[in-house]
Design a protein around this ligand. Sequence first.
Ligand SMILES: [Zn+2]
Ligand SMILES: [Zn+2]
Ligand SMILES: [Zn+2]
Ligand SMILES: [Zn+2]
Length: 242
Amino acid sequence: MKVPEALNCPNCGGAVTSDKTKCEFCGSRLKTVGCAACLGMMFLGSQFCGHCGAKAYKAELLDDAAAGDCPRCKVKLQSLKIGVVNIRECERCGGFWSDSNTFETICSNKEHQASVLGFSGSYVHPNSGQPTISYVPCPDCKQLMNRSNFARSSGVIVDLCKQHGVWFDAGELPKIIEFIDKGGLDRAREKEKIVLTDERSRLRDEQRRLAMMERRSGSGGHFKDDEGEWGIGKVISRLFDL
Ligand SMILES: [Zn+2]
Ligand SMILES: [Zn+2]
Ligand SMILES: [Zn+2]
Ligand SMILES: [Zn+2]
């Protein structure tokens, strides 16, 4: 644990030490994060780092009574809003919970990736070592989650509740965003396409054969080429075998 230092409450500007979780002047909940530029401490929600003046990530703590418990530590998760993305974080182990919609938003939007990456990579957790491999419960429904190699080829094994979302142990979310950033998701999608194309050409052959039979019988059939759009949502659910 770092030595507490005097910081300013992002809400009222009052001087509060960094070990406080609540402002003694205005009562706001407080949480320290590290500046991405100088690693100095500041309160979440500050606009600028008090040490180097760098612009801080736009993030705030949300009051969410239904946030659920960390699947690993069983402590209450904290709801955070990073930019426009809502995720829940465990302060003890540094894991993140993202509901399915939010995760799709993160996957499909570079700007969100950058803010989440900047945020989740901006502070170091005391026990962010290798998590033990075990099945853990979903924070929402308490059912044990599946373990899944994200996009089948990322090598990042995440915990997944088909109904509710994805759990990332400390360090996994940045790895996944990096994977997406390096085109991993596009490559995985390409692979999916190849499989689909094979299936389509098989179907086309079949349609052609039928059309020829129809032509022979005089009805002159035609077949259409259905390329179909592969939206990110569909791809994600395919990637996870949902
Ligand atoms: Zn305050
Ligand atoms: Zn700084
Ligand atoms: Zn935890
Ligand atoms: Zn669930």
